[in-house]
Write a protein that binds this ligand. Structure first.
Ligand SMILES: [Zn+2]
Length: 136
């Protein structure tokens, strides 16, 4: 992605972070639509039924057509979950690194704090230690 994100600044995003436009459809009914979907259609073509427009840049307000791609709903869900999990893992690691020198941080604590099982918490810690965080 060489081009920067395009974030509209004259429209406040929704709580979920999307930028929406209110329009009237052909029958004159008011309709709210996410701006990135409108941009995708006008720049890249129709969105097939059951498909969704994904932000490759992971910024929901972005309307740069080069950062948008069409995915089937389940693929979109999978990609989004992976991004969310990566964010959670990053947070968990920061937490662990911030506390591990002052006290013993257990896998159970990590799991509880970051929504995973104790086994997963233990695995994270094992991986981080193996990655050489001990020298930090
Ligand atoms: Zn973007």
């Amino acid at each position: 992605m060489r081009q920067p994100c395009i974030i509209p600044i004259n429209i406040a995003p929704t709580k979920q972070g999307y930028v929406q436009l209110k329009r009237r459809d052909d029958e004159g009914r008011g309709k709210t639509e996410n701006l990135h979907r409108i941009v995708y259609r006008s720049r890249k073509g129709p969105i097939p039924p059951g498909w969704e427009v994904d932000h490759i840049c992971n910024r929901r307000a972005c309307c740069n057509a080069e950062h948008l791609r069409c995915l089937q709903r389940l693929d979109h869900l999978r990609v989004t979950n992976r991004q969310r999990n990566a964010g959670r893992l990053e947070e968990a690691r920061c937490y662990w690194e911030a506390h591990r020198h002052s006290r013993h941080v257990t896998g159970a604590e990590m799991g509880e704090r970051f929504g995973a099982s104790q086994t997963t918490g233990n695995r994270w810690i094992r991986i981080w230690k193996a990655e050489g965080c001990d020298s930090l």
